[in-house]
Design a binder for this molecule. Structure first.
Ligand code: GLN
Length: 380
């Protein structure tokens, strides 16, 4: 068979690769982002209950009405913004599906899409599959801020979309109110769509506030904002996320969703809806993860690794240049094999694999695991 790969550069997914190595060497896995603890037992019990209640056939294509209503209530409570659950909320198979659907729904061959790096690695492949042109804007270390003048220089008449993420994976950087205002100024009067990946919305530390384009009327009209119950309820394996967008954008997005995934698991959606109707526990995530971040950073203070700031997400970047000159991938491979700790090499989250000797640890782990990892890293 002869064919031309649309994604010739994709080999092994760095998150699966590092988790695989961690398993192979029985290492502490702080690489792929997922909690090592269980979701609330109440939520798990609701799944069992919902499974026995006539939920074994398709859920409606856009998502269970009950869950979409709960999502609208959550957005009202968190952002003080009214969204219509019928025409503005779509439930998908994880935020990843919603991101893929948004890009494939709106990007035509030759359209330019600005992506911000370092960043999660799912935007570029979606753009390439539909023949779009990714245009990379690199944030500035060490705080990974956005220089809006430089970003403005990436915009051309062909720019169709800007992908933002806040809190950012892997840097934890947050976009501020001023960033949102700059974005609004830059896109005013254009047809640019904002794809806003906010899956770490409830992991924002030191009193900072999560900013979403949904809070800004001039941005809201052009924004598809994407969220993840995987992150918010500790259920990354359930694959339930959602997108919030104005009716016109939602209608297009649903056309792709309808023909790719159609609808997501009915019992899981119902269980989440019932859970959200009685629990606002997610509002305490900031506290939970700030404690973990602080514990990990404190334990790591006796190592030669130097922390970067981490205002959000459940990832902490460390600079290891005082320890080794190795490239970050080789260094991470050696960390697993010789020291029994897995991390993510940040170069893999740049298209050009820019290597600044930075690695990412996920601190969504029980305290004993975080302390044990730090102890092993003291040996370097
Ligand atoms: N978002 C997770 C991370 O950054 C990984 C998700 C995945 O492996 N698909 O580690």
């Amino acid at each position: 068979m002869q064919f031309k790969s649309k994604l010739p550069y994709i080999h092994s997914h760095i998150f699966s690769y590092m988790s695989g190595l961690a398993n192979q060497y029985n290492a502490i896995n702080l690489s792929q982002g997922f909690p090592n603890f269980e979701p609330d037992a109440v939520l798990k019990n609701l799944v069992a209950k919902c499974l026995s209640e006539n939920t074994s056939q398709y859920a409606p294509m856009p998502g269970l009405p009950l869950l979409r209503e709960e999502i609208a209530r959550k957005i009202q409570c968190c952002f003080n913004v009214a969204v219509d659950p019928d025409t503005e909320v779509t439930i998908g198979c994880g935020a990843t599906e919603m991101i893929f659907d948004t890009i494939t729904a709106f990007i035509w061959p030759g359209d330019e899409v600005i992506i911000i790096e370092p960043g999660y690695d799912c935007y570029r492949p979606a753009i390439d599959v539909v023949g779009g042109v990714p245009v990379v804007y690199k944030m500035k270390a060490p705080d990974f801020s956005i220089d809006w003048q430089e970003l403005a220089a990436c915009i051309t008449p062909k720019t169709r979309m800007i992908c933002i993420s806040t809190p950012n994976n892997p840097t934890g950087a947050l976009m501020s109110r001023e960033d949102m205002q700059e974005l609004a100024r830059l896109t005013a009067g254009t047809n640019i769509i904002i794809l806003s990946d906010e899956v770490y919305e409830h992991m924002v530390f030191d009193g900072a506030v999560h900013e979403s384009p949904l809070k800004y009327p001039e941005l809201r009209e052009r924004t598809v904002a994407v969220y993840s119950f995987g992150k918010t309820l500790h259920i990354t394996g359930w694959r339930i996320g959602y997108a919030v967008a104005p009716p016109l954008l939602t209608a297009e997005l649903r056309k792709v969703h309808q023909n790719s995934v159609f609808s997501t698991p009915h019992p899981l959606q119902k269980a989440i809806a019932l859970y959200l109707s009685e629990s606002d526990e997610y509002l305490n995530l900031n506290t939970l993860y700030q404690q973990k971040r602080d514990l990990f950073r404190q334990a790591m203070a006796t190592t030669k690794f130097k922390p970067l700031s981490c205002p959000g997400s459940y990832f902490q970047l460390y600079d290891y240049s005082a320890i080794s000159d190795e490239g970050d991938l080789a260094f991470c491979e050696r960390l697993v094999k010789e020291y029994g700790v897995a991390a993510i090499p940040v170069s893999r989250l740049y298209t050009d694999h820019q290597d600044d000797r930075l690695i990412r640890f996920c601190f969504a782990k029980t305290d004993d695991v975080l302390l044990a990892a730090a102890k092993r890293l003291e040996l370097l």
